[in-house]
Design a protein around this ligand. Structure first.
Ligand code: AMP
Ligand code: MN
Ligand code: MN
Ligand code: MN
Length: 286
């Protein structure tokens, strides 16, 4: 098992645990290297780093940026970023501004099928108000008995073609990659298996991502089946892209892999951390 987890969320965005609680859980579970990657915000990094130091965890500054590409939402994880880099800080602030209005739109969509009070309900699950998102609505819908858990919500609500969906324009792909690269970090395509792209569109996305300076594909993630990990490992090798791994942990019981519970990379992957500024040793050899 990998003791490196490069994708997880705190209560700053849509995770359940505070940055401190998250790092404590990672330490208990034997994580040696951890990146916190909240959606569109880096406000949890300082606290997480401080606790990580007391636990002898190597901490990597991270973020997960919401991007619109050809009318679809794609997530780009930035790793080993500089949280003081002004274009990144300003860019993320810009990405966040749309979330409050989007939340109102989501609530209006849910109202249409007779679900009322979802805006106020979703906000009761939010840590930082500007980061309101679909997961908070999902937790509200679970609380109200519309689905048994968060994962099931996304099968019936909040996604394209289902009640509660509303289109939204996030950052351009090139901006997200430039902010990350400009800050000295590495850009990673998060959970590519989740976008349900056809072969040609996936190839276009990977080509464009690489041409714009993207570094890695998230091969190992809670969102992928074993077959998808093999599939995306091949894509990474074919294109000379690096491979990343992360649980995408949001809270106990909410993701397939818990913190520090990741299977190892398929053979032949070059880990993204080989190209980090932050150096650390792992007990694994590749
Ligand atoms: P947002 O950024 O507001 O669009 O919310 C996206 C978040 O919703 C993701 O980061 C996940 O936490 C959650 N999400 C989206 N799709 C799913 C899914 N199929 N299963 C579980 N959570 C999901
Ligand atoms: Mn999330
Ligand atoms: Mn994501
Ligand atoms: Mn995530």
């Amino acid at each position: 098992m990998l003791n490196i987890d490069l994708h997880c969320h705190s209560s700053i965005s849509d995770g359940v645990l505070t940055p401190t609680q998250l790092v404590e859980r990672a330490a208990q579970r034997g994580v040696a290297t951890l990146a916190l990657t909240d959606h569109d915000d880096i406000a949890g990094l300082a606290e997480a780093r401080q606790i990580a130091e007391t636990k002898s965890i190597t901490f990597i500054n991270g973020v997960e940026i919401s991007v619109s590409w050809r009318g679809r939402t794609i997530h780009i994880v930035g790793l080993d970023i500089d949280p003081d880099y002004a274009p990144l800080v300003e860019g993320l602030a810009q990405v966040r501004t749309g979330r409050a209005q989007r939340a109102k739109n989501i609530a209006a969509e849910l109202e249409k099928i007779g679900i009322s009070g979802s805006l106020e309900g979703a906000y009761t699950f939010v840590g930082v108000r500007s980061l309101i998102g679909r997961t908070h609505f999902a937790r509200f819908l679970v609380e109200q008995g519309y689905a048994k858990d968060v994962k099931s919500v996304f099968k019936k609500y909040l996604v394209k073609g289902k009640p509660g969906y509303t289109p939204h324009e996030w950052a351009p792909l090139s901006d997200a990659i430039n902010w990350i690269r400009g800050s000295g970090g590495r850009a990673v395509i998060a959970h590519p298996g989740r976008y349900d792209l056809g072969k040609n569109v996936l190839n276009d996305l990977l080509d464009e991502f690489a041409a714009l300076g993207g570094s890695a594909i998230e091969v190992v993630t809670s969102s992928h089946t074993h077959e998808q990990m093999q599939h995306f490992a091949r894509h990474a090798k074919d294109r000379n892209l690096l491979a990343s791994c992360g649980s995408d942990f949001h809270g106990p019981g909410e993701s397939h892999f818990d913190l520090g519970q990741l299977p190892e990379f398929p053979l032949g992957c070059t880990p993204v951390w080989h190209h980090f500024k932050t150096s650390f040793t792992t007990e694994l050899t590749y």
